[in-house]
Ligand binder design. Structure first.
Ligand SMILES: [Zn+2]
Length: 128
């Protein structure tokens, strides 16, 4: 069980999450989309996370269900959040900790994926 916190203020960004050995195969079936929001199914199920590979052996971002980290808020002016139905997540961090640091990137546009990526530089993991 692992809690991810903000590097700057130690705010707990997530509850205890369980590591997955790999990212589950994404469903390409439109029937698996959220019926109201039209979002693709989350990359990672609630309560879990996966450590994405980084460059050159560095720790990559942690991929989790967006609803497992509700505290990080959109940036002022919607920065880094362009997309169709939601942010594509391709422009860099677009979610800020209550202290103002930007530890997370939400990807929630209609083509998918639907996930929250918490970066390795602005967060740390605590294994309880
Ligand atoms: Zn913070």
């Amino acid at each position: 069980m692992t809690v991810f916190s903000c590097c700057h203020c130690a705010y707990e960004l997530t509850p205890d999450l369980v590591a997955l050995p790999a990212v589950p195969e994404a469903s390409a079936d439109d029937r698996d989309r959220d019926r109201r929001a039209g979002l693709a199914p989350s990359t990672v199920p609630r309560g879990h996370y996966n450590l994405a590979p980084g460059d050159g052996g560095a720790r990559g971002p942690v991929v989790m269900h967006p609803e497992d980290a509700p505290a990080p808020r959109p940036l002022p002016g919607g920065a880094n959040a362009s997309g169709c139905c939601g942010p594509t997540g391709g422009e860099g961090p677009n979610r800020a900790c209550p202290c103002g640091v930007r530890p997370a990137t939400l990807a929630a546009d209609c083509p998918g994926p639907y996930e929250l990526r918490v970066g390795p530089v602005r967060s740390y993991a605590f294994d309880g």
